[in-house]
Design a protein around this ligand. Structure first.
Ligand code: ADP
Ligand code: MG
Length: 616
């Protein structure tokens, strides 16, 4: 085939060109990180080669697996060579020539549009590491030979602008050599002392030799196997950045060296920021699995429960065979035991933070609390531990409260924990449902996180205390002050006026025990579903028909007295009464975010205002 023996030119996709432009022009703050990216790719390729040799028994001498860096100050080049797995033509086109994550460009654009700085942190987060080399190079030549049988040697060349070329290569041994032709302002990267210090800083723990000139620069010991006391914080942070591509130090870490029936080492990190992808389908858990020091894969999500998938790091065990498939690992008793130990230890660490430094814990929770909450439905066996770790806003002034603190503040006769599900904290704080609680001095948890609607209503108890939604129809706050104004007959008249007018739009109309200033509110019928949850269901499925609500009237409100007075006056005011009732009902719908026809609402309001402002 002619095309395989001659040079082929490829255009980058439009979005890729934009991304390259951004990398070259906006990410110049921390140029030296390009070397970490290239070493990290070389180390990945060597890991794959080592794993392949071990699984197909083609040899267990790995001394040839290494990285060499050559500098040429007069030619102004830096090249990095690895004896790893190499790349096929498909790899060059599909993996090197395309952005790994489709969200990358959209995210960077958004960031720029909103005036936020676009910095190096984004490159790694989205896996466009290789292209960071165009920060320092105006031409890159890559020579590669894949280790598979019959693979062809290939040369890939690009100037990082519109296109790249693939032509026949000359390599005879599997691996990849990448030569950077350095830009004028990046000459420092051909200087040996400078490059040596960058390697020491970012890649000291890489477990293949990194040779510069005739010396090996790194110390070659898997960091997680070192004694905890022998690891400096800097070293640990650099390790985290190396394996995750994150450019910010981690928020915290957990280093485990477990020996016994089950033995494994784990070095786990909690990032400082939740990645944008955390709740998306395409979120990859960045957990690297090693078997006796040999890398197996970098997305071992089966070793952590879903609600801890934001944790990143390394797990190394002697108890899992190398060549076992993902499905088998997932269900193996060893994986289950590792998962269970990691979960317990991580929850233990979080509890420790929560008790020793609540402010720091709150920061953590603001980032990852929503993820943790999903454990309330997925991990029954640890529900009590998870409940202890929850933090919620509440009507008390404090920013976030634990359930424990809420319960301790409860008056002796309060039987249950009250909560209000809402769209936002702001709308929660203004809800008419809180009026009676404010008057009685009862604290209510305010739950604006959509995940709360799916979790808390299904939790039966915390420390013997049940949970009650303040929007439920069966709210019972004990003795309420007697109505001063309306005798029972009048209440009945009022309720039936509303019932007749509203017909089957509502399940029922009752007098309220929860309102102080508002005239009316809608509540869920007994056994009905919470209005907030219902709104969520509707937004997910427009066909969803909610359950009918109960309209509760504040019978002490002056409006109710006025309606009764109108009814018993001699003039025929039925039309105004009907309009008023409709308006009260739709006003309650509006407050719940469920009013579908605002125009009818406004025209009716205008008619009523015309009546009210008419000079007698
Ligand atoms: P990432 O490492 O996050 O996948 P990169 O942009 O750093 O993203 O690399 C893109 C892809 O190019 C890698 O996933 C790998 O398939 C391939 N690649 C890059 N460098 C090498 C190398 N030295 N040897 C083999 N494959 C490589
Ligand atoms: Mg990479």
């Amino acid at each position: 085939m002619a095309e395989k023996t001659s040079t082929q030119q490829f255009e980058y996709k439009a979005e890729m060109q934009q991304l390259l432009h951004l990398i070259v022009n906006s990410l110049y703050t921390n140029q030296e990180i390009f070397l970490r990216e290239l070493i990290s790719n070389a180390s990945d390729a060597l890991n794959k080669a080592r794993l392949q040799r071990l699984t197909d028994h083609s040899g267990d001498d790995h001394t040839d697996l290494q990285i060499s860096i050559q500098l040429d100050e007069s030619a102004n080049t830096l090249s990095i060579e690895d004896t790893g797995i190499g790349m096929t033509r498909e790899d060059l086109i599909d993996r090197l020539g395309t952005i790994a994550s489709s969200g990358t460009l959209a995210f960077i654009k958004e960031q720029k549009a909103s005036g936020k700085p676009v910095d190096a942190g984004m490159i790694g987060q989205f896996g466009v590491g290789f292209y960071s080399a165009f920060m320092v190079a105006d031409q890159i030549v890559l020579d590669t030979l894949h280790s598979g049988e019959g693979a062809e040697p290939l040369t890939w060349t690009s100037e990082g602008t519109g296109s790249y070329e693939i032509s026949p290569g000359t390599r005879t041994d599997p691996g990849t050599r990448i030569t950077l032709h350095l830009k004028e302002d990046a000459k420092e990267f051909a200087d040996e002392a400078r490059v040596r210090s960058i390697i020491r800083k970012y890649s000291n723990f890489v477990d293949f030799p990194i040779n510069l000139g005739s010396d090996q620069v790194n110390t070659l010991k898997a960091l997680w196997k070192k004694r905890k006391d022998d690891i400096s914080e800097d070293e640990r942070n650099e390790f985290y950045k190396f394996i995750t591509g994150d450019y910010t130090d981690p928020f915290g870490h957990l280093h485990l060296q477990i020996e016994g029936l089950l033995s494994f080492e784990a070095l786990l990190f909690i990032p400082s920021q939740a990645p944008a992808s955390l709740f998306r389908e395409d979120h990859r858990t960045d957990l690297h699995l090693y078997s006796s020091g040999v890398f197996v894969r970098d997305d071992a999500e089966d070793l952590l429960p879903d609600y801890l998938h934001f944790v990143r790091g390394v797990v190394d065990t002697d108890d899992l065979p190398l060549n076992v498939s993902r499905e088998v690992t997932q269900n193996s008793p060893v994986a289950k035991r590792i998962r269970s130990t990691l979960t317990n230890k991580l929850l233990g660490l979080l509890k420790e933070w929560a008790s020793e430094d609540p402010e720091r814990y709150e920061k953590f929770f603001l980032n990852f609390g929503s993820a943790l909450k999903t454990g309330l439905w997925s991990d029954m066996s640890r529900r009590d531990d998870l409940l202890e770790l929850m933090r919620y806003p509440s009507t008390d002034d404090k920013q976030l409260t634990s359930l424990q603190d809420y319960v301790e503040r409860m008056p002796d006769d309060q039987q249950t924990i009250y909560y209000l599900l809402a769209d936002s904290l702001e709308s929660a704080r203004k809800s008419p449902h809180l009026e009676v609680f404010a008057r009685k001095g009862i604290e209510v948890l305010l739950l604006p996180d959509p995940i709360d609607a799916l979790t808390l209503p299904n939790v039966p108890k915390f420390k013997e205390k049940s949970f009650t939604s303040v929007t439920g129809a069966d709210l019972d706050l004990g003795d309420m002050p007697e109505s001063e104004s309306l005798p029972g007959d009048d209440v009945d008249t009022l309720l039936s006026l509303f019932r007749i007018r509203l017909g089957d739009q509502v399940q029922d109309v009752t007098s309220s025990k929860r309102l102080v200033d508002s005239a009316a509110t809608l509540v869920a019928a007994k056994d009905g579903i919470d209005p907030q949850l219902e709104r969520m269901m509707k937004s997910m499925n427009p066909e969803f028909e909610g359950a009918k609500k109960v309209l509760e009237l504040n019978i002490e409100h002056p409006l109710m007295k006025n309606i009764l007075a109108l009814k018993s006056s001699s003039e025929d005011q039925d039309f105004l009464i009907e309009e008023t009732i409709d308006q009260v009902y739709e006003g309650a719908l509006l407050l719940d975010g469920n009013l579908t026809e605002p125009s009818a609402f406004v025209s009716r309001m205008t008619r009523i205002l015309v009546d009210a402002t008419r000079t007698p």
